[in-house]
Design a binder for this molecule. Structure first.
Ligand code: 13P
Ligand code: SF4
Length: 329
């Protein structure tokens, strides 16, 4: 596995107590007129200062809706890139420049081009956890919240699904009328979570409902009571009569689940479910980012224009108003 690069640090800021960092962050947020968008896997100290928290789909929608000129995206690089593709006139900041998604790094544009040559004419569905260059080659984008809907919407029988083989296999199980050709990518964090981890948690907590993210291995997903995106987990838990849940996704998810449901109990089946790059962003990173206006994420115009088409096709399908007319679709 590729080791994540280190987080950028400011020794002076890192020594400050959280309360002081929070005070500075709020002051700078006002001064910069910034909007803080935070993924569900981020640290509690970051979730607590968010204007909005959510899954990848909700956050790309939030980035469109805000009038703020500066958007700070506390998450990983592909999320900030997507925000930039959707908002070329806004300044998009990613507080930690090395906060990448290893799954997105498992497929380059060159590799996708070669795969597309093997399957001429087959539409490409790119999971949002992919680079802007890959999105630019895709027919349509998807997130874990809408992957089934996106694949079903395509008129073709064959679909090339990239880069997550686990999400792709799950979609295949739900859309048997299609033939899904998979890329061999995966999320290393969800991949570390094995069936035996789940089975031992279930022995300890036999009454717990098992809620899983579709990035988990198929042999884990086959035990799930609910399979859904991170925001889907929030509503699934809220609407469930159960009082205990085993959560099959990244550890940060438990922060909001616990906050929203103080009488319910949440179990992380293994400490291996921690994404190192999601955890890079601390309150000190956010303060440094707003102080120095770093790191600004931009996508080259030609790539952004093509990637925008595949992202907007997805948003149109899920009911979000498009910003530009999509020709020929
Ligand atoms: P969600 O879109 O469900 O939040 O997932 C994003 C992600 O990176 C999962 O690992
Ligand atoms: Fe990427 Fe997995 Fe981390 Fe999500 S949890 S950002 S898919 S490595």
């Amino acid at each position: 596995m590729v080791k994540p690069l280190p987080a950028a640090s400011d020794p002076e800021l890192s020594r400050l107590p959280l309360e002081e960092l929070r005070r500075r962050a709020l002051e700078l947020k006002k001064k910069r007129d910034a909007y803080i968008i935070v993924h569900n896997y981020q640290r509690g100290e970051i979730q607590d200062i968010a204007d909005v928290t959510g899954d990848s789909l909700a956050l790309s929608q939030a980035a469109i809706r805000t009038d703020a000129k500066v958007v700070v995206f506390c998450g990983v690089d592909f999320m900030a890139e997507t925000a930039s593709i959707l908002n070329p006139d806004k300044t998009i900041l990613l507080p930690e420049i090395n906060a990448g998604c290893p799954m997105a790094g498992m497929l380059s544009a060159g590799q996708l081009r070669a795969k597309m040559k093997e399957h001429p004419g087959v539409p490409v569905v790119a999971y949002v956890n992919s680079s802007a260059e890959v999105k630019a080659l895709a027919t349509i984008c998807c997130t874990s919240a809408n992957a089934i809907q996106v694949v079903r919407s395509l008129p073709d029988r064959q679909v090339l699904f990239v880069p997550d083989r686990n999400l792709g296999s799950y979609v295949q199980s739900q859309v048997p009328e299609k033939e899904i050709i998979l890329w061999d990518g995966f999320c290393p964090t969800h991949q570390r979570f094995k069936e035996e981890d789940l089975l031992s948690a279930q022995v300890q907590y036999p009454d717990a409902e098992f809620v899983a993210h579709p990035e988990c291995r198929p042999e884990v997903l086959k035990h799930a009571d609910v399979i859904t995106s991170t925001s889907g987990m929030l509503s699934a838990v809220k609407n469930s009569g159960a009082s205990r849940f085993i959560i099959g996704t990244e550890e940060g998810m438990l922060y909001k689940l616990r906050k929203d449901n103080p009488t319910k109990e949440f179990i992380l089946p293994t400490q291996k479910l921690i994404c190192p790059t999601m955890k890079m962003t601390k309150l000190a990173s956010l303060v440094r980012s707003l102080e120095r206006m770093e790191y600004q994420i931009t996508v080259p115009g030609d790539v952004a224009a093509l990637a925008l088409e595949s992202v907007e096709r997805m948003l149109v399908l899920t009911g979000e108003t498009p910003m530009v007319a999509i020709a020929g679709y």
